[in-house]
Design a protein around this ligand. Structure first.
Ligand code: SAM
Length: 229
């Protein structure tokens, strides 16, 4: 499964940013800034961003932790990572980018203050294993931060379903020309557990002393924050 995911993202990489901007109508940038704010990131902290893709969340963290802090952005797809260093350099930011599997990180226990993952947890083979692995590399009291799409509630859910079934595939086809990949991405986001269901998954890992969720844009996406035991 993970090899299929890796090669799907390898094909998508050159058009990933354009697609992300088109499908989320640019809103993902506000979601990322909010995730950084809610994580409690501060100047001098060390952050690991898993499944960083083209590096947007890693870059947002670096803007917060400053020169005295460090950010490593990691992904198991080299083609996605290739685009990230230039994006950081253009902003004058020194972010390290490395190949790593979020299910089996090569970092030491307690090495980071924060480990994050945006729009990646639904792509890994086992979300629980990934959460445990992220918590392992974070020191006690540090945070694991997850940003992921979900399902809005009420009337917005109906409107969002219509948008997802009509406009999104059309936009995806125009921007990516890779229909299958986007059907996969849309289907997984529609099915992935959100809100209390994802909090339950976090609790079942047994690695967090607290877990909270924050709804974004009326439930189109969510930020989950786990405090590491
Ligand atoms: C939808 S993209 C999200 C990229 C980026 N985090 C963002 O917010 O735009 C999902 C990313 O997860 C990566 N990924 C999926 N499974 C992974 C794993 N087990 N280890 C590392 N990266 C993984 C993919 O290669 C891809 O870059």
């Amino acid at each position: 499964m993970s090899e299929q995911i890796r090669s799907m993202f390898a094909k998508l990489a050159p058009r990933y940013d354009a697609t992300n901007n088109a499908l989320s109508l640019g809103i993902h940038k506000f979601w990322r800034r909010k995730a950084v704010r809610l994580s409690g990131a501060a100047v001098g902290m060390n952050v690991l961003d898993c499944a960083t893709g083209t590096g947007d969340l890693a870059i947002a963290f670096k803007q917060k932790v400053g020169k005295s802090g460090s950010v490593i952005g990691t992904d198991f797809c080299a083609e996605m990572l290739e685009l990230a260093p230039d994006k950081a350099s253009l902003k004058g930011l020194d972010v390290q980018f490395e190949i790593a599997d979020a299910m089996n990180l090569q970092y030491l226990d307690n090495q980071f203050d924060i480990a994050s993952i945006s729009f990646g947890i639904r792509n890994v083979d086992s979300p629980k294993t990934c959460l445990k692995e992220m918590a392992r590399v974070v020191n006690s009291g540090g945070k694991v931060v997850i940003l992921e799409l979900g399902q809005p509630r009420g009337i917005l859910n109906v409107l969002y379903k219509i948008y997802r079934k009509t406009m999104m595939p059309l936009l995806a086809l125009i921007v990516t020309r890779n229909d299958n990949a986007f059907h996969y991405l849309l289907d997984t986001s529609a099915a992935f557990p959100s809100r209390e269901k994802f909090i339950e998954i976090m609790k079942e890992t047994g690695v967090f002393s607290e877990q909270k969720f924050y709804s974004l844009t009326l439930g189109v996406a969510y930020i989950y924050i786990g405090k590491v035991k």
